[in-house]
Design a protein around this ligand. Structure first.
Ligand SMILES: [Zn+2]
Ligand SMILES: [Zn+2]
Length: 464
């Protein structure tokens, strides 16, 4: 039976409608089972192992935060963590827009150009897929740092100037544009799509735990696998550490291809990117490199250079625009984290909005949202994260309140439309409650008073 594909950007293109995935296994309509199955939605569109990992992610972040407080080595800041989690939320929400051609290309390859499909019931299919996926990931990730056009998508994972489990969830929303190209070999070799998608999700979930400063080097394990220590090096902007350690699961690729660098006790990691973003705005985080490229391409005089901007090595700029519009790079000797001072109320408000967007994403993932509703809800998520980030950036209250007014008026209008089109009372009530809480919070934010101390994530902040 041909597999049903739709052009889709889900983790790795569309998932065949017949199969359905579970937390730690996969079951096929024929009845064969690999791993342990867990009753999940049979709608291939929304099945995504990462969704099931979210409660575990939240618990692990709270544990790391608590551990840091106890040890007086807290690695979290509220503004930076909220910024990262906003990007994680948008990266998951982006799937509802079902953009991209990757899934369709995979379908064509599987149908017309691939070796005979391997048996997903055999363990060696999974082992081969696991290793091969990480090999493809290594090259995607390496070129994601070495070519500007791919860096433009991947940079979202690197802007945080802290290093903790929330950094792991800081993911791009534009990976669907080109990232799929790197996994074509897996489909050509005949690895079934459901296996590729599942090992891809497992690879991503594996990478979660390595984003912590609290775990030291792990002996022999450092030789084979990606670990907190060797991935800290990957996130550091120190000259010695720049563009090193690209593996997702295995570090052996870096040892083989000469991109490995060990973490050195005399060289503490300074996290972040060399051209700092200096904003928590997720829209800017997702687009700033594309915008820089478009500007350079526009301003440069030579036609050759206008095109070359889009295929050049990361860091290359046409000589004339580099001279006319120089870009400052961080001097690490005087590096200071971006940390605008804002009233405590802003911290509470940001936590409230984070709770709201994560809840909304969760509702979307577990209910039947049609395409138009999905697009509207993704835009609502985006507007909420961008507005909240403006508060965290210490923007002028009067200006932000105008945006907030528009955001809430639009939301009220949408609730009205939802009511008229017969949406169930519970989501409508939740929407009204959210509106009411916003209406209560905004005058308080606008006054900029310091009545309640901010949620104090900064206690015991490490010095570097
Ligand atoms: Zn990277
Ligand atoms: Zn990372």
């Amino acid at each position: 039976m041909p597999r049903e594909f739709v052009a889709n950007s889900a983790t790795l293109g569309q998932i065949p409608a017949e199969g359905y995935y579970s937390a730690i296994g996969i079951r096929f309509p024929g009845g064969q089972t690999v791993g342990w199955t867990f009753p999940a939605t049979t709608d291939g569109q929304r099945v995504n192992l990462v969704v099931y990992a979210v409660p575990f992610f939240i618990l692990a972040m709270l544990l790391e935060l608590f551990y840091g407080w106890r040890k007086r080595r807290n690695t979290y800041r509220l503004n930076d963590s909220v910024g990262s989690l906003f990007l994680g939320t948008l990266s998951q929400a982006q799937r509802f827009l079902t953009l991209g051609v990757g899934g369709y290309v995979y379908y064509l390859i599987t149908e017309y150009f691939s070796l005979p499909l391997m048996d997903p019931g055999h363990w060696w299919t999974w082992l081969l897929a696991m290793v091969l996926y990480d090999f493809c990931y290594y090259w995607l990730h390496r070129l994601g740092h070495e070519r500007t056009i791919l860096w433009a998508a991947h940079v979202a994972h690197h802007q945080s100037e802290d290093y903790n489990l929330s950094t792991a969830l800081r993911q791009t929303s534009t990976g669907f544009l080109l990232g799929w190209i790197f996994y074509i070999p897996m489909f050509v070799l005949g690895i079934p799509a459901e296996v590729v998608v599942t090992v891809g999700s497992l690879n991503l979930i594996y990478q979660f735990w390595v984003h912590t400063e609290h775990v030291p080097k792990l002996g022999w394990y450092e030789w084979l696998f990606v670990t907190p220590s060797n991935h800290r090096v990957h996130h550091a902007q120190n000259d010695r550490y720049l563009d090193r350690n690209y593996g997702g699961l295995f570090i052996i690729w870096d040892r083989l291809f000469g991109t490995f660098q060990e973490e050195l006790p005399e060289e503490p990691c300074v996290y972040g990117i060399r051209g700092p973003l200096r904003s928590f705005n997720p829209l800017r985080a997702l687009t700033h490199i594309y915008v820089d490229m478009a500007r350079d391409s526009w301003h440069t005089r030579r036609w050759r250079d206008k095109l070359r901007v889009w295929v050049a090595r990361n860091g290359w700029r046409p000589a004339d625009v580099a001279a006319r519009f120089p870009r400052a790079k961080t001097d690490l000797a005087s590096f200071e984290k971006y940390d605008p001072r804002v009233p405590p109320a802003v911290g509470w408000y940001a936590l409230f909005q984070l709770g709201a967007v994560v809840s909304l994403l969760n509702v979307m993932q577990f209910s039947a949202v049609d395409y138009v509703a999905g697009v509207v809800l993704v835009l609502a998520l985006l507007a909420t994260t961008v507005t909240t980030a403006r508060w965290l950036d210490g923007g002028e209250p009067a200006a932000i309140l105008r945006w907030e007014g528009m955001r809430l008026a639009t939301l009220a209008g949408l609730l009205g439309i939802a009511w008229l089109s017969g949406v169930a009372p519970l989501p409508l009530l939740a929407g009204l409650l959210y509106l009411a809480l916003n209406a209560l919070a905004l005058p308080w934010l606008g006054r900029r008073e310091h009545a309640i101390p901010a949620p104090n994530l900064d206690a015991g902040q490490m010095s570097h």
